[in-house]
Design a binder for this molecule. Structure first.
Ligand code: NAP
Length: 343
């Protein structure tokens, strides 16, 4: 039976059991997976959408997620209960439960080979600062964060203390842990960092059946802005289109439903060819009379945002149409109509 978050119930976890164990005899240090390959032990800080999905995916790939932390400890408990439930449902014997922590207990985290920070972007630097002051005696572990916009530089306080630091950012959109964990398998990941941290990030991606690539740390904000254009902005664009169609009298649910095959066929075209070749429709054909009709239909105040986006993306579509050889005079006329907004 498929699992859902609604099924998961927090379960008490004995912190004393963990504190009593010395690092050297911790069963989760460098555990052996089913394939007998040594896998690093992991602590996940930030048990939200991505943190939980990562924990489930890592666990199902043979990693031992020994600790989970959230800002509020009960949220880490819920995540640990779900992780345990997933391991009990999958083949083989269930793994030991992860130990849970709140943000004010980070000094008590067990020493693991990898610490994966999946907090919101704005909490990463502060978390790194806190860990570097709390972990006085620790060294040699690897710390990775999952932010798309920040580079390993956000972990500088830990790098200064001798930790290997890096980032591992999956290019997928995760709204809940179970489908998110499935989507991580086979995803593309942007990884960067110090030598050992980057190698570990690449090994994790390989273990998840994904594909890694790297960019310069200083390019991460631009890289992430591109990712935002592809996913959240696409969602926002579809929402604008749904608003437009509901202004034609369809319910919002129906409007979204009827757009899906159109959206899917566009994604399929983009899988097969580049955007220039995949472009279809009014701007690809240069239908200037239709552009004028669209602008008139969008002229009402309540569709002002949709009109602004229509014009901006229309101008970009024209650049693609130009590369496809659309007549230069026609192109110029459509550009003038879009820029002036006069029909
Ligand atoms: N979701 C995605 O699609 C996605 C995809 C790629 C990358 N990312 C990256 O992954 C990171 C997390 O994103 P998300 O969407 O998973 O966020 P999220 O669902 O809001 O989860 C954030 C988690 O961090 C915890 N947290 C907040 N401050 C903390 C602190 N100071 N110490 C410990 N834990 C803390 C929160 O605890 P509480 O539960 O108690 O509030 C929550 O569990 C971000 O860097 C994001 O850019 C996300």
């Amino acid at each position: 039976m498929p699992l859902s978050l609604a099924d998961s119930r927090p379960e008490a976890i004995d912190l004393g059991e963990l504190r009593a164990a010395k690092t050297s005899d911790c069963p989760w240090r460098m555990i052996k997976s089913d394939t007998q390959k040594t896998k690093p032990s992991v602590a996940v800080l930030g048990a939200g959408r991505l943190g939980q999905a990562f924990a489930i995916a890592l666990q199902s790939s043979g990693y031992s997620v020994v600790a989970l932390a959230a800002r509020r400890r009960p949220n880490a408990e819920k995540a640990a209960a779900l992780l345990h439930k997933v391991s009990a449902h999958s083949a083989g014997k269930p793994r030991p439960k992860s130990v849970v922590f709140g943000a004010n207990q980070l000094g008590e985290l067990p020493e693991t080979d990898l610490v994966l920070i999946a907090t919101p972007d704005d909490a990463i630097l502060e978390t790194a600062q806190r860990l570097s002051s709390l972990w006085k005696g620790r060294k040699g572990n690897t710390v990775l964060h999952t932010s798309g916009a920040l580079s390993s530089e956000a972990l500088a306080p830990l790098a200064a203390k001798g930790f290997q630091t890096g980032s591992i950012h999956p290019l997928i959109s995760i709204s809940e842990p179970l489908s998110g964990a499935a989507a991580l398998h086979g995803a593309f990941f942007c990884v960067e960092g110090t030598g050992k941290a980057k190698r570990l990030a690449e090994a994790i991606v390989r273990d998840l059946g994904g594909h890694s690539f790297t960019i310069k740390p200083e390019s991460k904000a631009l890289y992430h802005a591109a990712a935002v254009m592809t996913a959240p902005h696409l969602t926002a664009l579809v929402d604008l289109a749904v608003e437009m169609l509901s202004a034609c009298g369809l319910s919002k649910a129906k409007a979204q439903q009827v757009f899906m095959p159109l959206l899917e066929s566009t994604v399929n075209n983009l899988k097969a060819s580049n955007p220039q070749q995949a472009l279809t429709g009014t701007f690809a054909r240069g239908d200037i009379a239709t552009v004028r009709r669209h602008l008139a239909a969008l002229s009402g105040k309540e569709l002002a945002d949709a009109l602004a986006v229509y014009k901006l993306l229309g101008l970009h579509s024209l650049r693609l149409a130009e590369k496809n050889g659309l007549d230069a005079k026609l192109l110029g006329e459509i550009r003038r109509v879009l820029r002036s907004g006069r029909t």
